[in-house]
Ligand binder design. Structure first.
Ligand SMILES: *Cc1c(COP(=O)(O)O)cnc(C)c1O
Length: 436
């Protein structure tokens, strides 16, 4: 399979190049040239397949031409060593819990898949030069990527995060690991971290010095595997006879997760329509209303993994629909919630249903509550993108409870924090990398 750039000024890349480079030379995002349709029989019997089994079929459609079947199956099965259940919250609203992975984040899937795929290509080439992964994080990405790559030979990971803007639990998940993982604490906001990473890829001298690759959600190996979740959601809803008028709602920040769902739909996944739920960072919501994409500086909110002012995967969504605003709004709608509304939603949902939402999932739940068309028999599934314990301070304070911390998470907190403090100045970051 060949991959083209959303900016259309770069040469086509094969999968290996797209994964290793992350971003195309023209700063565009890679897109697969074809999106294969999955056969009707696949969807007819999907409810009988496990998460691993159905995901392998989806992975085969994307990567089967470029990775031998046995290796690909190994990568998929290793990545999806956990469950992805749907849980009933109200009569017509279900939660798709994406947080049962190693760091309790949905990003675990893309991170692990990418680590394994990168390793597959390095092994094949038998290269001696270490590959360096740069990743900017507003919280969740860093821990998922760091853990996905931890101990993977031939790869070193640098996690850039905004100082004081990630929760203590998130921070310890990428600052305590050691080994091939280095945490860089940037005096700035998430967008500054992302800019440092983007500039590093464009810097010729730096790229001569070291082999750089990205693990942000822009990487095809990270974002495409997230589509597995949506096929699984459909399968599990079909198993209980509720898949006919499915509306999927995705709390969105950089829009990688929802973008993978849209790819799924292009492959034939029978989802009626989608809702992108935003916090106060309402750039996509405004685009849907006006047809104008106007990036802004990000605003800090309770749902901080969605604090993105210029969502990178917008370019993919736009490209996927040939820039046709009408085509996009025909089956995608949006919602935006301020912190006060997020709090209110969390309280109300807990009081009425007993379900504990985290601030990100709360945006998704509330959007379904407001936008689901019951008269059309719609059933909604929202992604609960984080375990509430990952935002324990906030959830405890808002709900007046004491959320239990899963053992997996508690283990991270026992480690010692180690990080490299840097300013948001690119020259300083470059200098640091040049000396590695
Ligand atoms: C990353 C993240 C999101 C946003 O996902 P995108 O793919 O960037 O849109 C939402 N919620 C949580 C908890 C996250 O970690």
């Amino acid at each position: 399979m060949q991959y083209y750039s959303t900016n259309r000024k770069a040469t086509l890349a094969n999968l290996e190049k797209a994964v290793v480079k992350g971003l195309a030379e023209d700063r565009g995002l890679y897109m697969p040239e074809q999106i294969k349709q999955l056969p009707k029989e696949f969807f007819d019997n999907i409810q009988d397949l496990s998460f691993q089994e159905l995901s392998y079929k989806v992975a085969d459609a994307f990567f089967g031409e470029d990775v031998d079947a046995e290796s690909l199956k190994g990568i998929v099965y290793d990545t999806l060593s956990f469950d992805c259940p749907v849980k009933k919250v109200t009569d017509n609203i279900y939660s798709l819990e994406l947080f049962h992975g190693p760091t309790l984040a949905f990003k675990d899937v893309g991170a692990r898949f990418m680590a394994r795929l990168l390793q597959y290509f390095i092994k094949k080439e038998d290269e001696t030069k270490e590959v360096n992964v740069l990743v900017a994080t507003s919280g969740d990405t860093g821990s998922a990527v760091a853990n996905g790559f931890l101990g993977v030979e031939g790869i070193h990971v640098y996690v850039l995060y905004p100082k004081g803007k990630v929760s203590p639990i998130q921070e310890c998940q990428f600052t305590t690991l050691g080994k091939n993982i280095t945490a860089i604490e940037v005096d700035g906001v998430f967008d500054d971290c992302q800019a440092l990473v983007k500039n590093a890829f464009m810097d010729e001298e730096l790229n001569r010095h070291m082999k750089l690759t990205s693990a942000n959600s822009i990487n095809v190996a990270r974002f495409l595997p997230q589509s597995f979740y949506y096929f699984n959601a459909y399968a599990r809803m079909k198993a209980i006879g509720l898949a006919d008028n499915l509306v999927m709602c995705v709390p969105s920040g950089n829009f990688g997760n929802i973008c993978s769902a849209l790819f799924g739909r292009k492959m034939g996944l029978p989802v009626k329509r989608f809702i992108a739920a935003n916090n106060a960072n309402d750039i996509f919501y405004n685009y849907l209303q006006t047809g104008k994409y106007e990036p802004k500086a990000s605003i800090q909110t309770l749902a901080n993994a969605m604090d993105v002012g210029d969502p990178s995967n917008f370019a993919r969504i736009y490209d996927l629909h040939h820039g046709d605003h009408k085509a996009i709004t025909e089956y995608i709608s949006g919602a935006t919630y301020k912190d006060g509304q997020i709090r209110e939603t969390m309280r109300q949902c807990y009081k009425e249903t007993g379900y504990i939402l985290d601030p990100h999932g709360a945006c998704g739940y509330q959007a379904l509550k407001e936008l689901l068309r019951e008269s059309e028999g719609e059933v909604g599934v929202f992604c609960e993108t984080a375990h509430p314990a990952k935002f324990k301070e906030k959830v405890d304070e808002i709900l007046g409870i004491d959320v239990e911390i899963p053992e997996r998470l508690a283990d991270f907190m026992k480690g010692t924090k180690q990080s490299v403090p840097l300013s948001k100045d690119f020259a300083e970051f470059k200098n640091y990398l040049m000396n590695q």
